[in-house]
Structure formats: C-alpha cells, structure tokens
Design a protein around this ligand. Structure first.
Ligand code: OSB
Ligand code: MG
Length: 372
C-alpha cells in the first residue's frame, strides 16, 4: 500500500463529567485525529489520544502535533508497505513519541483492514465477539460523591470499577467503596504517585486487605525495583501501566517480578503493532492483560475494542461507552456498552465504525495536510 495524503485534525470535545487524576482536572479534551488516504482513495483513521499536559507521560498534544507534522507525515507519505506491522519501521529513527506514532500506526491498520474487507479485530488476530468493559473513576471532591459515582456505574452494569488513588485519597475511599460493594471487582490506579517512604508504603500495604483485582502503577514509571519489592510482600497483583513503553520494559519487569498484570495501552506503546507484540509476550509468560484507555474518542476507542478481542485480554478493559465521557461521539454508530459488554463489529471491515467527518471538521481547532 502507499499513502498519498495525510490529514491531521486537532479536535476538541467537551467532557460530560470532569475527570481528576493525581495530577490535574479536565473539562474538555483535544485529540489529534489522523486521516490517511491511499492512492485508490481508501481512507483509514487513527487517534492520537495524548493528554494536553506532560503529566501522564512526557508527550503533549503540542509535541504530538509537531512530531507528527514534521517527522511522521513525511516518513509515511509515499512509502510502499505490504502489512501494517511493517509501518513502524518507516519512522524507526524517531525515538520515543509513542502517542504520536500510535495514531499513525492505528490509521494504517484501519486502512489496511478496510481495503482487504476484513474487520480490524480479525486483522489483529482477535477472537472475541464481545469485550467486557470496566470504568475508571477519577478523584471526587468527597468520599460520598465517589460512592455515588460507583453506584451509578454498577447500576449501568459495569462489572469492574477502577478508582484513581493518590497519597491522602486511598484507604479511606477504598474502605467506603468496598463496604458499599463487597463483591464488586475493584482496582486502584495510583499513576505513579507513591514513593517508598514509610507512610506511602503503609497505605499501599493497607490496600492489600480489600481483595482488589490489582494495584496499578504505584511508583514512578522507571522505578521497576520499587514495584518488585512491593509485589514481593503483597497478595494483590501489581499492574504496570506507565512503566511499560517498549517490549524491553516488559521483559525487564517480568525478569525482576515487578508485576503480575499488564495494562496494554495502544497509545503508550506506540500503536497496535506494538500492543499485539506485548500481548503475545505477556501471554507466553502467563501474565493476564487488559486494555487501558486514555479517554479516547470513538476512533481510538474502536481500535481498543478490536485489540481487546485478542485471547490474552482476560480482564475487563477501559472500553466503556463513549457516552460516559462525551455527549456526541466522532464515530457512527457510537461505541456503546450494554451491561458492561461492548460488541466487536465483526461484520464491518476496517475500524467497524463510520467517522462523522462533518462533525470532526466542525470541532477541529487546527488542521495540517501532507500530500505526495
Ligand atoms: O492511568 O489509566 C490511566 C486517563 C488519562 C491518563 C491516564 C489514565 C487514564 C484513564 C482513562 O484511566 C480510563 C479510560 O479511558 O476509560
Ligand atoms: Mg493507569
């Protein structure tokens, strides 16, 4: 295949509910959408789901925009490739910048699957007809407000709830949620906010008695040894997110016992090609995986759904319906969860959802075009 035209569109969507993590609060999100078109006019869409600020990882919408337009568009335009797994080599000299790369990689997968008339899930090696979705809840102003949020999601049928925690917002909210929902599959995500200081370790070890499915990313991304030391004294599995950017990171984490579960994010790992490789490696080592989200719009969310249909994704993924975040989605039909189950669109080639180009263009705050 050969891509002759690439468009980048930075699109703003308001959030229906403000979301707070250990670092910041947001009321709308802007993601860069990647539209690739081949010589025959076939189109594929990908999403760069980078947060606007450098708090989850070093990347921002701004860095994705500049790296995308200055390096990734030129690397991809006019290049000949047979299979999407060959595409990342085209920008192989560009270090890092995984979120930016992921949007281009996913657009090529969607284009290729669509052109071959196969669903994206099938192209990736998926098997499942439906995927189980969990929800992720931010830090709320009060414990009562959090319990109310959890109740709302449980009523909607989601079988797993993840709570963001941070020092000072951990044992107390988890105690309250566990008391209200004794049987709920519950896990926590610290986004690396803890250290090995005594009071932090005391809080993390106290979480071991709630039967949590996992404690996600307790320590700083590069501190695999802290994670390994904590995992050795916890019954609760540690799940790594920010720590695992490349396959090499996963090999190191497995070698030192830094985790028992892996969160695979398409964005964090640089695309679907890398995500499938991480899935395969984790599976060989008996490590269960799930697909993490970055509050994707429908395009990125559809790619996450397709990926979650692979056999190693045995834990609920962050692929809740778009309506939990956005009043109107960029894809048709929108991604919807029915009692926590999201249907994989096996009967539609490519991404499996149409892109509402008129809406996307109306919401775009800037655009860039590269042609051969
Ligand atoms: O750590 O999983 C995370 C969102 C932004 C940055 C980091 C994270 C998240 C989420 C999103 O938890 C969950 C979702 O998209 O459903
Ligand atoms: Mg996480």
């Amino acid at each position: 295949m050969r891509i002759d035209r690439i468009e980048l569109l930075q699109v703003r969507l308001p959030l229906v509910h403000e979301f707070e993590t250990s670092s910041h609060r947001k009321s709308y999100l802007e993601h860069v959408l990647v539209r690739v078109e081949d010589a025959d006019g076939a189109v594929g869409w990908g999403e760069i789901a980078s947060p606007s600020g450098p708090f989850y990882t070093a990347e921002t919408v701004e860095t994705c925009w500049s790296i995308g337009s200055a390096y990734l568009v030129p690397a991809l335009l006019g290049a000949e490739w047979e299979h999407p797994a060959d595409v990342p080599a085209l920008w192989g000299k560009v270090r890092g910048n995984e979120f930016a790369k992921a949007g281009f990689d996913a657009a090529c997968w969607a284009l290729w699957a669509g052109a071959r008339g196969v669903p994206l899930a099938g192209a990736l090696g998926g098997e499942r007809r439906t995927v189980v979705a969990g929800v992720s809840l931010g830090i709320e102003p009060t414990v009562d407000a959090l319990v109310e949020q959890v109740a709302r999601q449980v009523e909607a049928g989601y079988p797993r709830v993840k709570l963001k925690i941070a020092p000072g917002w951990d044992v107390e909210p988890v105690t309250a949620v566990r008391a209200a929902f004794p049987d709920l599959a519950l896990h926590v995500d610290a986004n690396g906010a803890y250290t090995e200081d005594d009071d932090h370790l005391t809080a993390l070890r106290a979480l071991d008695r709630f039967g949590l499915t996992m404690i996600e990313q307790p320590f700083a991304p590069r501190d695999l040894m802290a994670s390994s030391r904590l995992q050795a004294v916890l019954d609760t599995p540690i799940c790594l997110d920010e720590s695992i950017v490349e396959g090499h990171d996963l090999q190191t984490a497995l070698a030192v016992g830094a985790c028992r579960v892996l969160n695979i994010k398409v964005s964090r790992m640089g695309g679907l090609t890398a995500a499938v490789a991480a899935h395969d490696l984790a599976r060989e080592h008996g490590i269960p995986v799930w697909c993490g989200g970055m509050h994707e719009f429908g395009i990125g969310r559809a790619a996450n759904v397709a990926l979650s249909s692979l056999p190693g994704f045995v834990l609920p993924s962050d692929v809740s319906g778009s309506d939990k975040y956005y009043a109107r989605d960029v894809v048709t039909p929108p991604i919807r969860a029915d009692h926590g189950n999201v249907a994989v669109p096996w009967d539609t080639p490519g991404l499996g959802h149409g892109v509402d180009e008129e809406f996307v263009r109306a919401q775009a705050v800037r655009t860039h075009e590269g042609t051969r």
